[in-house]
Each structure stands twice: as structure tokens, then as C-alpha cells.
Ligand binder design. Structure first.
Ligand SMILES: [Zn+2]
Length: 126
């Protein structure tokens, strides 16, 4: 399952981080940025997280997902920013069109297709 390996990657990255930067308490929430181009089931990801963290120091922590828009960079004219969106009549979602809004050249995706941990909420140990 795709979500399972994503959760596994998040977990091992976070455990490595916590080994190097120990925190005085328990992680209550893990804030994760999800790129718009990354399709996944939020439910399945949270479920995988719950299973994988069982028995670890992150057991009981909750994933909080925040969606981020696609950002691109144009190698020909130097444009950097959000991708151009094409919304067609009858479509219920905006489809990111991956061409440069300035010169219409091909662009590189700089953000929007991965998962990244952006913060932790810590419960202090009393
Ligand atoms: Zn351009």
C-alpha cells in the first residue's frame, strides 16, 4: 500500500530527527505538508501511521495534514511561483497545468508532490 510506505518514510525520518534532537515530552501532533499533486488517502495514511507508531515513542501521536499548492520554476525565463491552473467547465477540481504562465515553456516542479513534516506539537511531561 502506497500510504503505508509514505507513513513508514515519515516515521523513520522523524525518529532519526528525534534521536538527534531529543524533546522534553511527548509528540502529540505531527504536522505534515502534502503536495497537491500527491494523491493519497488521508484516512489510509493516518491508519498506517497509527499501526506503525504502535510501540514506539510516537505511539498515540496524530498526523495533521495540510495541503500545499503546486509550485514551479521555469528554466527559460526564471519564473517561480504557483503553477498555472486550467479550470474547465464541468470539472469539479482545478487541474494544475504544468506550463510557465509567463512564457508557456516547460517547468520544473519545485513543490507539490511530496510529503514533508513541518512541525510537531509537544505535550510536556509533568
Ligand atoms: Zn517561463
Amino acid at each position: 500500500m502506497h500510504e503505508y510506505s509514505l507513513a513508514q518514510a515519515l516515521l523513520s525520518g522523524l525518529q532519526e530527527h528525534l534521536r538527534q534532537h531529543p524533546i522534553p515530552g511527548r509528540v502529540a501532533k505531527v504536522h505534515v505538508r502534502k503536495g497537491e499533486l500527491l494523491s493519497l488517502s488521508e484516512w489510509a495514511l493516518k491508519e498506517a501511521w497509527r499501526i506503525l507508531t504502535e510501540g514506539t515513542e510516537l505511539s498515540g501521536s496524530e498526523l495533521v495534514l495540510e495541503s500545499v499548492p503546486v509550485r514551479v520554476r521555469c528554466p527559460s525565463c526564471g519564473y517561480e511561483g504557483e503553477a498555472r491552473y486550467l479550470t474547465e467547465e464541468g470539472w469539479h477540481i482545478a487541474v494544475p497545468v504544468l506550463s510557465c504562465p509567463r512564457c508557456r515553456g516547460p517547468v520544473e516542479i519545485t513543490e507539490g508532490r511530496d510529503l514533508a513534516i513541518v512541525g510537531l506539537s509537544i505535550e510536556e511531561r509533568l
